[in-house]
Design a protein around this ligand. Structure first.
Ligand code: 6GU
Length: 251
């Protein structure tokens, strides 16, 4: 997968060289390129921002550097790019919330481009213009405000890249974790390792029973209880047809 990121803070993306993602890049599974927006300014102060029309607090990013930078990225497609070009992701607290299902969709794409806004965001004509040329998605991490899109890029790239074949060693671990469709999007049950007793706390006996059916039922019950308590929104969206009688006794 090819990923291009345009930002005024290239250094913010350095964590993408660490750990599993660093390995994925070294192995050629992820071709990540970070571009400095200021390379596409032409004044002495390399200005990227200006005051908003209509007044209001803060500064907005001017469209011209964005047009130049994104045109340059789009002019250099990877081999095997989608006929409609990349998906252009614009992190914004005003975007659609990014979820695991969105990560699964993006993991099927050969090319993602991220445009990181700072200040109060990017002049709205940038999204308007590129929406006629590529598939644009404004994405939010959740209901709180960050200073810019860079941290969202770290989150989205990690969530997507770990779904690419070969990035995470054990493919089964991806199917079993919280929010996985294979478990109806439920939160994961609590998990335990050795020792069997620690500071007076025992591992639940069923997990040492060797009875796979009972272990699976216990995990399903714990996942349902935990999800109902912490995330009633997920339980409200559950497909009742996907629940058996034992599920419904827990809920
Ligand atoms: Cl994607 N960007 C910013 N600036 N703030 C956010 C966000 C994104 N998601 C939640 N808050």
């Amino acid at each position: 997968m090819r990923v291009d990121v345009v930002t005024i803070f290239p250094g913010y993306l350095q964590p993408l060289s660490l750990s599993l993602l660093g390995r994925a890049r070294a192995d050629g599974l992820l071709d990540l390129r970070v571009h400095d927006l200021r390379e596409h300014t032409h004044d002495r102060h390399r200005t990227v921002d200006d005051t908003p029309y209509g007044g209001g607090a803060g500064m907005l990013m001017r469209p011209e550097p964005w047009g130049e930078a994104l045109d340059a990225v789009l002019a250099d497609p990877p081999p095997g790019a989608h006929p409609q070009g990349p998906v252009l992701l614009v992190p914004s607290p005003a975007g659609e919330v990014f979820r695991q299902a969105g990560a699964v969709e993006l993991a099927a794409e050969p090319w993602l481009v991220f445009a990181c806004g700072r200040y109060e965001g990017i002049d709205a004509r940038v999204v308007q213009h590129y929406a006629d040329r590529v598939r644009v998605r404004e994405v939010s991490l959740g209901d709180y405000v960050l200073n810019g899109g860079e941290v969202a890029v770290l989150v989205v790239v990690e969530a997507v890249a770990r779904l690419l074949p070969g990035v995470v060693g054990n493919a089964a671990s991806i199917e079993e974790e919280s929010h996985a469709a294979a478990h109806d999007g439920l939160l994961e049950a609590p998990a335990y390792t050795k020792p069997p007793t620690w500071r007076g706390l025992d591992v639940p006996a069923v997990l040492s029973s060797g009875h796979h059916g009972l272990v699976a039922r216990w995990r399903r019950d714990e996942a349902l209880r935990r999800t109902a308590r912490r995330r009633p929104d997920i339980v409200a969206g559950l497909d009742v047809a996907a629940c058996d009688g034992a599920d419904l006794r827990v809920l």
